[in-house]
Design a protein around this ligand. Sequence first.
Ligand code: TYD
Length: 240
Amino acid sequence: MEKREIIFEGNEKQVFATDDQDQVIFRYKDVTVAYNNVKRARFKGKGALDNQISAILLSYLNEHGVETHYIETLGEQEQLCRKIEIIPLQVVVHNRIAGSLAYRLGVPEGFRHENVIVDLRYNNDELEDPFINRDHAVALGLATYQELDRMYDIARRVNELLKPLFLQAGIELIDMKLEFGRASDSGAIIISDEISPDTCRLWDLETGERMDKDRFRLDLSRVVENYRNVLERLQKVIKS
Ligand code: TYD
């Protein structure tokens, strides 16, 4: 497999074409951004950690019947993925209320609720990823109602699989953002992008300490150290 030209350059990732038209290479950068790109920094080693954590979680999902775009890891910061047609939506699953949702609903961060909350956002930097509903998504032609049903079902299934996996690692999965695409061969809805401490809130089960991107957002110390801790704990669980 041959790496070809760059086809997408984001803040935190690059995507390269390959000699196979159905496959792309994702490269995780050491750059991190927050608050719609207002806050930005470089953390040496973070790209490699995100690459490895995402690889563990995406292959765990593949092995448990949830199709993702992940194929295999190629190098420290690179993974081979299926090429998909991007659906510009974010499906956000909350097990406990944190971040901007706490502000929106007027409850303290960490608020506990029995049900799982699923939010939908339009992936659009210019509009700052606004919250939308299914009707908006269909009106904009982003997805059909049937596809949205499928995305919600998959998001809940991913949560049912990853929540206990993180628990075994002594980590509480507070929330996570998922993105989807259409497989270029079958058109099936599959998980794309990454699942990592950049896209999840992860709290240490015992201490409640944040082990995710909030360390950067909130100017807490030891960003990379916490990501490494997440990786090492997941590696231990996967091996056992
Ligand atoms: P959400 O409650 O939608 O927004 P906020 O980060 O403002 O609280 O986010 C929940 C989770 O989704 C959180 O772990 C961060 C992640 N997320 C992303 O990875 N990318 C994004 O563009 C957004 C809006 C959220």
